[in-house]
Design a protein around this ligand. Structure first.
Ligand code: NAP
Length: 249
């Protein structure tokens, strides 16, 4: 197994992507600590993991709350002994509207949420990882020149996460801590049904891919497990592109 004896904290684990990552990490032997806002959603993912023999724990944590994040990670380390992987997969409360129509508050919301939570979760983990000289910080989204009209501050937030990822990688590399983003072209299974424009969005994701398929939630979990593992020990300060060619590097 790729992640035996590793302890992973996954924020937003009640969401589709966080849940998929949690299942994959548990399958690969990690103890997965599931954090999020709604207890019932976390319990559902934890129940599935336990029924497959995995090790997991859940906690309701507001990831925007500095003290709550610090206290949670300290408690994980006190109980499990260490933290090896931190992956923030919370939603950013983005409002997707054209820039000429969106309010400044709605525009800034995903940017400030993404920056605040990515900073807080990484800092809380890094303070412990530095002492052990190892660890992996993961992010999800990815940057680049490609974008679409009407996204409000969402794509700007993803680009900002990449700026922060570079800064963390630069400061944490000498402590043996890797920082990597999974770059996506969109995961069609995460779109609720019904959802306004769902079919058009799915068709757009499929058409943009160079391959005849697009990434599934299972693909996200598989790649994340590899990148989080020691098999990927050479990878830091980079994106891993899982867009099936849609996001050309
Ligand atoms: N899906 C895609 O194709 C795609 C593409 C690019 C980037 N992303 C990004 O990837 C991330 C995960 O996507 P997803 O589709 O799994 O998102 P999601 O369905 O919106 O789930 C995210 C989870 O985060 C939790 N959350 C939100 N704010 C929180 C807070 N302050 N504290 C603790 N938990 C909080 C939510 O809890 P509640 O359920 O209680 O609200 C939810 O369970 C998001 O940031 C998304 O923007 C996704």
């Amino acid at each position: 197994m790729l992640l035996e004896n590793k302890v992973a904290v996954i924020y937003g684990a009640g969401g589709p992507i966080g849940g998929a990552v949690a299942r994959a990490f548990a399958r690969e032997g990690a103890t997965v600590c599931l954090a999020g806002r709604t207890k019932a959603k976390l319990d559902k993912v934890a129940g599935e993991i336990r029924s497959n023999g995995g090790l997991t724990d859940t906690a309701v944590v507001d990831v925007l709350d500095e003290r709550a994040v610090d206290a949670y990670v300290d408690a994980v380390v006190e109980q499990a002994g260490h933290i090896d992987i931190s992956f923030n997969l919370i939603s950013y409360g983005d409002v997707q509207e054209p820039l000429t129509e969106i309010s400044v508050e709605d525009f800034l919301q995903p940017i400030t949420n993404a920056m605040r939570t990515q900073f807080l979760t990484t800092r809380a983990a890094a303070r412990h990882m530095v002492k052990r000289g190892s660890g992996v910080i993961l992010a999800f989204g990815g940057n680049g020149p490609q974008t679409l009209p009407g996204l409000g501050g969402f794509k700007v937030a993803l680009d900002a996460i990449e700026g922060l990822r570079r800064q963390w990688a630069c400061e944490l590399g000498r402590h043996g801590i890797r920082v990597v983003t999974l770059k996506t072209g969109g995961i069609t299974e995460t779109l609720p049904d019904p959802f306004p424009g769902r079919d058009e969005i799915i068709a757009g994701i499929q058409q943009a891919a160079l391959l005849n398929w697009t990434a599934t939630l299972a693909d996200v979990g598989n790649v994340a497990a590899f990148v989080a593992s020691d098999q990927a020990r050479t990878m830091t300060a980079t994106e891993v592109n899982i867009s099936c060619g849609a996001m050309m590097d």
